[in-house]
Design a protein around this ligand. Structure first.
Ligand code: FMN
Length: 303
């Protein structure tokens, strides 16, 4: 049934625009059940690489009060063999599932993407943006040509939609343009932003990895800017991500140009966030006197 809140994004038909963000849960069947119980319209898994990864040694996560989280998990995940099980659980619960895929070469991305397609996943989100795993993520995703190669390799070989998840970098519009040219059906914007904290009593970086990815309220205005700019220049289908903590922060991303949003860090404090966001978005539809949430996508660009 089409409702005021239903959206289409990157080939997905969603009952509302609120999905979870990759990595805060999403690596085990139990996580998928929890995410489904929170009311997300689609489930996004933790980034899965071909082989299991242990990630970085502790400390890997620091909470920074009023700012957000700094993490350097290092793409710890159980590897490709978990994918069919994650898909099965999500399907049983009636939720579309997006497999987040990681790799250090185009063929590694394709290896996991092919398994996801075979297992019946609804879409693939290519992680071209993790800022704290050497040889992965933003190291590929800040280069338009490497990003193009990864997306082209996957999008040419799998039929389910390929979404490219990009992170903060100076050439974001150029990277976005190249991955769309390579066949990405949509973009998730943005991942965590590379940052660090220092323990002043020991004078040492707190994270074992020194640098981590900052998420939560501190990066929200950056995410809004990136979504706004990429939408203005290219008009792609965007899933906005970064610092969504309530309906206002979700609405900003939609007005900037996102067709859907993802929630990550806020899940640490607010498990009922989906319902909060949906109540607020319904009111916003009335406030502007439009028919549906899709009419508000990119509304802040209207002249
Ligand atoms: C603990 C943690 C683990 C994450 N793991 C992943 C991951 O595996 N893959 C990915 O694409 N993003 C990962 N992210 C980034 C989130 O998906 C999201 O892009 C980012 O946190 C910004 O959204 P937020 O402010 O709502 O958390 C992770 C974030 C956190 C905090």
């Amino acid at each position: 049934m089409v409702s005021k809140l239903s959206v289409r994004v990157a080939g997905l038909h969603l009952e509302h625009p609120v999905m979870n963000a990759s990595g805060i849960l999403g690596a085990t069947p139990e996580h998928i059940e929890r995410l489904a119980s929170y009311g997300f319209s689609a489930i996004v898994t933790k980034t899965i690489t071909p082989q299991p990864r242990e990630g970085n040694p502790p400390p890997i996560i620091v909470e920074i009060p009023n700012i957000g989280l700094l993490n350097a998990v290092g793409l710890a995940n159980p590897g490709k063999n978990i994918v069919p099980k994650l898909v099965e659980v999500s399907k049983r619960l009636g939720k579309p599932i997006v497999i987040s895929v990681g790799g250090s070469t185009p063929s590694e991305f394709l290896e996991v993407a092919s398994i996801a397609e075979e297992a019946g996943a609804d879409a693939i989100e290519l992680n071209l943006s993790c800022p704290h795993a050497k040889g992965y993520g933003i190291e590929i995703g800040s280069d338009p040509y490497q990003s193009y190669e990864v997306v082209k390799t996957v999008a040419n070989s799998v039929k389910i939609p390929t979404i490219a998840k990009l992170g903060l970098c100076d050439r974001i519009v150029e990277v976005a343009s190249k991955v769309l040219e390579a066949g990405a059906k949509g973009l998730t914007l943005i991942n965590t932003v590379r940052a660090m904290v220092i323990d002043v009593m020991t004078a040492r970086p707190v994270l074992s990895n020194v640098f981590g990815g900052l998420s939560g309220p501190a990066i929200h205005p950056i995410a809004v800017r990136v979504v706004y700019e990429v939408y203005r220049e290219l008009r792609p289908e965007i899933i906005g991500c970064g610092g969504v903590v309530d309906w206002v922060t979700a609405a900003e991303l939609i007005l900037a140009g996102a067709r859907a949003v993802q929630v990550g860090t806020a899940l640490m404090w607010k498990e009922n966030i989906v319902y909060d966001v949906l109540i607020g978005l319904r009111r916003l539809i009335e406030h502007f006197g439009v028919r549906s949430i899709e009419d508000l996508v990119g509304y802040s660009h209207r002249v």
